[in-house]
Design a protein around this ligand. Structure first.
Ligand SMILES: Nc1ncnc2c1ncn2[C@@H]1O[C@H](COP(=O)(O)OP(=O)(O)O)[C@@H](O)[C@H]1O
Ligand SMILES: [Mg+2]
Length: 310
């Protein structure tokens, strides 16, 4: 999940899409890569995080290694939040998470220093590949092979931490509000991802590959409009016009699923560790229906079997 803009619904989408996939029996891993740590706090209480997680069990610890992963292995950071997994009941699914840390904000600077100066000089190519490919390599650990789906909640920037997530990803989902500011950077984002991909693959080619699955091809799956204002079962005229405009003018695909604005579902503070989509079981809930539709579309595009069963 990626957008340069904050507050567009990335975290809400990651938590709820993950929960819906898990409710269909999938084994889902969520990676919180945003120093705001909101995804983590959707599943763990702040007290619990301070007592058990903060010091030893966050992605910050992993990135602090030089190279990343040398202090602690990624698989050792996997947490299984209890409330959500209890709510998943006998669905057969599971939802695990790797926590973020507020201090992740400083990590980008350290990593940039490690990389040092230009990335185009031959001597830096190995460093570039090692650093940007670190998450991709770590996820090849056997202990991750049990997961059907990994969702990464990125920070609203294109720093090195975010780049490691892009390099590790098969597809990029771009949540956006149907307004000018939230869609402003879409073309730029697509361009940046493409540039990173080419850069990485060129370097890897010269260095004879980097092991594992290569070349990389993290492409944009599409824009998902979130917090859409719905009246009489349709987006308002102005938002609808805007969405059409993005569809026509942008080269980026716009998914046919969208998530409406609903303070009733997402407005409350304190989720109690269970995403809204698992707390609502009524079949005629519009937002639940929209999330299942989104899951069908996303899982379908990823080639993951999607039963659509509730
Ligand atoms: N569909 C929605 N309807 C109403 N409020 C929403 C919806 N999706 C997200 N929100 C709220 O909007 C705010 C920003 O969402 P969040 O998922 O944290 O965005 P981001 O991760 O992109 O910063 C949060 O308070 C969240 O609860
Ligand atoms: Mg967020």
């Amino acid at each position: 999940m990626m957008n340069y803009k904050g507050g567009v619904g990335k975290t809400t989408l990651t938590a709820n899409l993950g929960a819906v996939a898990a409710s269909r029996g999938m084994r889902v891993l969520l990676l919180d890569f945003d120093p705001q740590t909101n995804l983590t706090f959707s599943f763990f209480s702040i007290d619990d995080w301070h007592e058990r997680i903060k010091n030893e069990h966050t992605i910050k610890k992993w990135f602090e290694g030089d190279p990343p992963g040398s202090k602690v292995s990624l698989a050792d950071l996997v947490l299984t939040p209890e409330p959500v997994n209890t709510a998943l009941g006998d669905s057969g699914g599971r939802l695990d998470l790797i926590s973020s840390h507020l201090g992740l904000i400083n990590i980008d600077l350290d990593l940039a220093a490690h990389l040092g100066g230009s990335t185009t000089l031959d001597g830096s190519q190995r460093k570039f590949l090692d650093l940007h490919g670190c998450l991709r390599r770590a996820l090849q650990d056997d202990r991750f092979s049990e997961y059907d789906l990994v969702l990464i909640d990125c920070a609203p920037n294109f720093g090195i931490v975010t780049k490691t997530a892009i390099v590790a990803s098969e597809r990029i989902l771009v949540p956006a509000k149907a307004d000018y500011l939230s869609t402003l950077g879409l073309e730029y984002l697509a361009g940046s991802c493409n540039e990173l991909k080419q850069h990485f693959n060129d370097f890897a080619k010269h260095k004879g590959g980097v092991g594992g699955h290569w070349p990389i091809d993290p492409t944009i799956l599409g824009v998902v409009f979130t917090m859409v204002q719905i009246y009489s079962q349709k987006p308002t005229a102005s938002q609808s016009e805007y969405i059409e405009e993005v569809k026509e003018s942008s080269e980026i695909t716009v998914l046919s699923s969208m998530i409406r604005n609903s303070a009733r579902h997402f407005g409350g503070s304190g989720e109690g560790g269970v995403p809204s989509m698992l707390r609502r079981t009524t079949k005629d809930d519009d937002v639940v229906r929209e999330f299942h539709q989104l899951a069908d579309e996303v899982l379908g595009a990823l080639g993951l079997v999607s039963e659509g069963a509730r």
